[in-house]
Structures are given as C-alpha cells and as structure tokens.
Write a protein that binds this ligand. Structure first.
Ligand SMILES: C[S@@+](CC[C@H](N)C(=O)[O-])C[C@H]1O[C@@H](n2cnc3c(N)ncnc32)[C@H](O)[C@@H]1O
Length: 222
C-alpha cells in the first residue's frame, strides 16, 4: 500500500532541479544576486571550528593530499581549504552554483565538476569531504553515495542533528529541508545504512542556540 510519503515523492522534482531552484531563489538565504549555501556554510560559530580541525587533518600529512569535496555548494568552505591540498576537486549537482564558483575561484590545484554524486562516477582522491549534503537527500540517495565511499581512505562527514535523543535516518524527499523537521538526523552507521569503517572519530561538535540542534563532524577511516 502506498504511504503519504510515496505519493508525495512521485510529485517531487529531481534533486538537480530542486537544488538549482534553491540557489536561483535564495531559499537558503543570501542576497538576490548571490549564490548562498545557508548559515551552516557561513556562520563563524559553525565554520571556524570546522575549518580548524579539517586544516589540522590536511596538514598532518607529510605530503599534501588530494581532496574531493562532494556537494561543495557556494564554496565558502572549500575556498578556505584548497590551499592545504595537493589537488582539490569540488563537485555539485547544481550547474548554476558550479558556474558561479568557476567564475569566482581559479587556481592550478582546483577543479570544479557538475555531477550527481549519487549517480555519476566520482574522481579518485585521498579524502572525501561531505559537509551538510546528505542531510538534504533521501535515504535512497544517501545509500548510493555511501556505496561509492568505500573507494576512499578517509571521509570527513558533517551533519546537522537534533540535540536530544532521536530516531535516526527517517526518510525525506531530497531538497531544501533536513530530517530535523521530523525530529531525526542522519547517522550513517545505524540502520538502514550500517556504514562500515575501521575507525570513527568525532572532530567537532557545535551546539546551536534556540534548540536548533547540533552540527557534528566525524572522520571515518575506511
Ligand atoms: C547545504 S549545501 C552545503 C554546501 C557545502 N558542502 C558547505 O558545507 O558549505 C548542500 C549542497 O549539496 C549539493 N547536493 C545535494 N545533492 C547532491 C547530489 N546528489 N550531487 C551533488 N551535489 C549535491 C547541493 O546542490 C548543495 O550545494
């Protein structure tokens, strides 16, 4: 029997159209002529601790490593990281934000590609960054992305979660919103994903004001 969720899902846009519309209509904020990935990508309270731990991780290698930034968005984050890498490949499904980034950022170790990370083949790299991306997509798309991550040695994952006990991994329709609206959040090691790794380490945790949840970053060694 079809549930309310199945009926709504049939009516939805594909993820690419949904994400491009978010940028066209500034649904995550920002000025009209600006591409803006939301306060999670700009609020210093969230961004600064994240950059500190990720830069420390990148600097911990004797030789700089190759980074794959999946769902790079407006590149306010990646733009502050690529200097610490050998090569930095930034990918997003939204062609408008990729074109904006290509016009704004240019460096010989930096490359932008417009791909759907749940469907397309992904470039090789030493570490994958997935920052506040999976929280916006359906469990089916999350699973397809997780299947591809097995090819990499390190994954740095950031997710926005409720700050009280919650039922993880409730399904959503891919788009602007996240699971927190239904008192849920993504925990990839839990059912139905049961993502396997050699080691999982929490790198950063920022509790947001006004009961808006917590932003957590983990390093997975695969
Ligand atoms: C909230 S933004 C986060 C941007 C950036 N990672 C950051 O932390 O600033 C989420 C981004 O994921 C991208 N995205 C969502 N689904 C995707 C997919 N299937 N393939 C590639 N990018 C995707 C969206 O277009 C959007 O730019």
């Amino acid at each position: 029997m079809k549930t309310e969720y199945d009926r709504n899902k049939k009516k939805t846009w594909p993820t690419k159209k949904a994400m491009e519309q978010i940028y066209d209509q500034n649904l995550w904020g920002g000025n009209k002529d600006e591409f803006y990935s939301g306060s999670g990508s700009h609020n210093p309270i969230i961004v600064e601790p994240y950059l500190e731990v990720v830069i420390n991780f990148l600097k911990s290698f004797q030789e700089p490593i190759t980074v794959l930034d999946l769902g790079c968005g407006d590149f306010n984050i990646g733009g502050q990281l690529f200097a610490f890498s050998k090569k930095f490949i930034a990918i997003d499904i939204a062609v408008n934000v990729i074109n904006y980034n290509k016009a704004k950022y240019s460096h010989n170790n930096l490359e932008f590609q417009c791909l759907d990370i749940s469907k397309d083949d992904l470039p090789k790299a030493d570490v994958v960054i997935l920052r506040q991306v999976l929280q916006h997509v359906s469990n089916e798309e999350v699973q397809s992305v997780l299947n591809k991550l097995k090819e990499y040695k390190y994954v740095i994952l950031t997710e926005h979660l409720p700050n009280q006990e919650f039922i993880p991994n409730k399904d959503i329709i891919s788009g602007q919103g996240i699971r927190i609206k239904s008192q849920s959040g993504l925990i990839i090691t839990e059912s139905p994903f049961k993502f396997k790794c050699k080691k999982q380490q929490e790198l950063a945790s920022t509790i947001l004001d006004n009961n808006k949840g917590v932003i957590k970053t983990w390093l997975f060694t695969l």
